[in-house]
Every structure is written in structure tokens, then in C-alpha cells.
Design a protein around this ligand. Structure first.
Ligand SMILES: [Zn+2]
Length: 239
């Protein structure tokens, strides 16, 4: 194979390798971000529940005040009943007393219901705090691993770039800048293989003239359609 072409294929492969590392780094970062947002979610639930506890406790307080008023009212009713003389008067006050007792009973039930909610919410938040500790620890461990993994991947990029740099120096300057102008838009597909007479960058069939030139391999050939540098498998040359 044409030496220039071989070098360009190699350069293109190195670029491909560098390009493949980017998404790997992103994936590691994403894993960490996901864990962080999970922790934020727990924190948010914790704060919301904390507010619910405060609000419910305020309701308990209001109900307790109401209960005191009702008890006071009931005492007054009972006192009034003792002074009454006719049955008709007693009956009338009895209704008032029943209502007061009923209200006391409802208020007590309501206080109990609210206190149960407070208890439940407190238990939930205690569990959340435990969970938060575990998740934070997991996150910290993960952060360490991810940091190392990203560092390793960046080292890999540096190593490949070094190889690429050395190779670039060997490539003819004019050819290199030509290659780089294609690489600017075609990225890792600047140099592509030809299969079944089609360019594997744009998937269009090559003209007979281009295909013949490609088989001769005297020079670097471009796809007539997209302009990418093309090459053919050594075994296919006799096709
Ligand atoms: Zn093409």
C-alpha cells in the first residue's frame, strides 16, 4: 500500500481512538451526576417532610387551644344545668352539652390523627437521614473511582496524541494539511474504506475513473462525491 495512505489511515485510526474516549469520560461523569441528583432528591423529600411536621404540629397546637375552649364551655354548661329548675330548660341545655361533648370527642380524634402523622413523618425522615448517609458514602467512593477512571482516560488521550504527533511529523506537510482540512468536517471518518466500489463515508458508488485510480495506488485518492480520502483493502485490489 502507498506509504502516504498508510500513514493517513493510521492517523485516522488514532483520531477514532481519541474520539471514542470522549463518550467514556461523559458516561463516568453522568454516573456521578445521577448519584448526586439522587441525593438531592432525598434531601428535598427530607425538607418537604420537615415542613409537613412543622405544619402538622401547628395544627395540633390549634386543636389543643380549641379543646381547652370547648372544655371550658362544657364546664359552664354543666354549671348552668345544675341551677335549672324546669325539665324544658334542662332539655334545651342538654342539647348544648351534647354538642360540646361531641366537639371535644372530634377534636381529640383529630389531635390523635395529627400526632400519628407527625410520628410517621418523623420515622420517615429518620430513615431518610440514614439513607442519605449511605448514599453520600457511595457517592464519595464513586467520585474517587470516577476521578481515577477519568484521569486514566485522559492519560490514554495524551498517549495517543503523542503517537499521533510523532506520526504527523513523518507525513508529508502538504498532505497532512490536506488531511486535516478533511478531518475538520469529517472528524474520525476523514479516511474511509471502499467496499463494493462504494465510499464508506457517504455510501455513494465511485466513478470508474476514481476506482481505477484507487486500485493503482500511486497517489492519495478522494471520493468524487464527498471528498473523503478513500482506500481499498489489499485483497480487493485484483477485483
Ligand atoms: Zn464519499
Amino acid at each position: 500500500m502507498n506509504k502516504n495512505l498508510e500513514q493517513l489511515i493510521e492517523l485516522s485510526k488514532l483520531n477514532q481512538q481519541i474520539d471514542d474516549i470522549g463518550p467514556q469520560i461523559k458516561a463516568h461523569e453522568h454516573k456521578l451526576e445521577k448519584k448526586l441528583s439522587q441525593i438531592d432528591g432525598i434531601k428535598l423529600d427530607f425538607e418537604k417532610t420537615k415542613q409537613t411536621i412543622v405544619d402538622t404540629q401547628a395544627s395540633v397546637k390549634t386543636n389543643n387551644t380549641h379543646l381547652k375552649e370547648l372544655s371550658k364551655k362544657l364546664k359552664e354548661i354543666v354549671k348552668k344545668t345544675n341551677k335549672l329548675k324546669t325539665q324544658k330548660e334542662v332539655n334545651a341545655v342538654q342539647v348544648e352539652e351534647d354538642i360540646a361533648r361531641q366537639s371535644i370527642s372530634f377534636t381529640n380524634d383529630e389531635i390523635e390523627r395529627l400526632q400519628n402523622i407527625v410520628q410517621l413523618k418523623k420515622t420517615q425522615n429518620k430513615e431518610r437521614q440514614e439513607n442519605l448517609k449511605i448514599e453520600k458514602k457511595l457517592h464519595d467512593d464513586m467520585a474517587k473511582t470516577v476521578k481515577q477512571e477519568i484521569k486514566d482516560l485522559n492519560t490514554k488521550i495524551e498517549e495517543i496524541s503523542k503517537v499521533k504527533g510523532t506520526l504527523s511529523q513523518k507525513v508529508d506537510t502538504k498532505l497532512l494539511s490536506f488531511y486535516e482540512s478533511i478531518e475538520n468536517w469529517a472528524k474520525e471518518t476523514a479516511v474511509v474504506i471502499v467496499k463494493n466500489r462504494a465510499c464508506y463515508g457517504c455510501f455513494m458508488k465511485l466513478s470508474n475513473k476514481t476506482y481505477s485510480m484507487l486500485k493503482l495506488e500511486n497517489e492519495v485518492v478522494n471520493c468524487d462525491n464527498c471528498g473523503r480520502i478513500i482506500y481499498i483493502d489489499d485483497e480487493k485490489k485484483l477485483d
